[in-house]
Design a protein around this ligand. Structure first.
Ligand SMILES: NC(=O)c1ccc[n+]([C@@H]2O[C@H](COP(=O)([O-])OP(=O)(O)OC[C@H]3O[C@@H](n4cnc5c(N)ncnc54)[C@H](OP(=O)(O)O)[C@@H]3O)[C@@H](O)[C@H]2O)c1
Length: 330
């Protein structure tokens, strides 16, 4: 295989501080994995922002190229699973964490990681969806497995203008749910209504300070990307037998709750872990996203940038100010 020189976003650690810049790399520097892929799009996720900022819980060793979401064209494969020219999506597992990720023009990954682009989905759509869409869809999938349905009442989405949150609002609304979107961004109300939110509330309304173990029921279920007291409030104000999908920790990883919502109201707390989702469920979720659950408003959620603009968007995300899905186009 001939050597190809290309551009990559690289994070380097120097004396405990982290520097990010675009560097020239060669395919010979990529890990010795099975499938070489020319990246067409990558997408920015919160995990990438943390990795780019030197979060050792995500990336142990630097220099490193983050990017947990990428898609593109197979250049070569050491196994028969993929043909050169095939379109593939790469997300999850260790991709972009301790394995060189999607913010570069070429990637190499184990043959067990790529998913063939499902029929009915373009590469751009796959990256607008990406881990954010996958996480939102997996949340609804598990909630419905536990009995959630539109007739039970509205579903709350926290961090609703973020990547996971925007997708959750859209997918829930299009599947017939009344969506309550909690957001800290007053200026994003029109955006959230466009995605399908029926009601918009402030972050403070999902941050109960009463100390009471149970609250009047305000929603029938929730997709929470925030954690901490926001998650505790989601649980305390959830109606009987509703489900709370626990996705994220942008507020913090803490959770302080009594057992009353579980033993008196039958509330289900569902852990959402996308990286190691079993293959069968992974394929089922991507099929849903390509067909019945494909959001009609994908374009409203996308912002397409170049690799040179990535650093400024990472800063925006770390300040909790990002909106929708940011895509790097190569
Ligand atoms: N479980 C999994 O497998 C999985 C997969 C993907 C992501 N995640 C996690 O899900 C979370 C969201 O990821 P993302 O990519 O959607 O991030 P994102 O695009 O940055 O969205 C996060 C949103 O949360 C809200 N927010 C930010 N800081 C906040 C704070 N201090 N308190 C309350 N709300 C705050 C903001 O929305 P508003 O301004 O609208 O409130 C922000 O847009 C992250 O913790 C990420 O690690 C988990």
């Amino acid at each position: 295989m001939e050597q190809i020189d290309y551009k990559a976003f690289v994070v380097r650690e120097e004396n405990g501080t982290f520097h990010r810049k675009i560097e020239q790399k060669s395919t010979t520097e990529l890990p010795d994995h099975d499938v070489l892929i020319q990246v067409k799009y990558a997408a920015l996720n919160y995990k990438d922002a943390l990795s780019s900022n030197g979060h050792k819980g995500i990336t142990r060793n630097y220099p490193h190229t983050p990017g947990v979401d990428a898609c593109g064209i197979v250049v070569s494969s050491k196994t028969d699973d993929f043909e050169p020219g095939e379109k593939v999506i790469v997300t999850s597992y260790d991709f972009g964490m301790n394995t060189s990720g999607g913010f570069q023009e070429y990637i190499k990954v184990p043959a067990t990681w790529p998913v063939k682009l499902p029929k009915g989905m373009s590469l751009e759509e796959a990256m607008i969806l990406g881990t954010g869409g996958f996480t939102a869809a997996l949340s609804l999938y598990k909630m419905e497995q536990n009995g959630q349905c539109p007739e039970m009442g509205p579903v709350l989405v926290t961090g609703s203008t973020g990547g996971v949150g925007s997708m959750a609002v859209c997918i829930l609304a299009e599947q017939g749910y009344d969506v309550i979107a909690a957001s800290g961004k007053k200026e994003a109300h029109a955006y959230l209504h466009e995605l399908g939110a029926k009601e918009i509330i402030s972050r403070e309304e999902v941050n109960d300070q009463s100390g009471r173990p149970l609250l009047r029921s305000k929603w029938a279920g929730a997709i929470d990307t925030v954690g901490d007291n926001t998650l505790a409030t989601c649980i305390k104000a959830c109606g009987r037998n509703g489900s709370i999908a626990v996705c994220g920790l942008v507020q913090s990883a803490d959770l302080n709750t009594s057992v009353y919502p579980f033993i008196l109201n039958g509330v289900n707390v569902l852990g959402i872990e996308t990286a190691e989702t079993p293959r069968k469920i992974r394929n089922a979720i991507w099929e849903l996203l390509a067909n019945q659950w494909k959001p009609k408003k994908l374009d409203a959620m996308k912002k397409i940038i170049s690799l040179d603009e990535l650093d400024e968007h990472i800063q925006v995300m770390l300040q909790g100010k990002s909106k929708g899905r940011v895509l790097v186009k190569f």
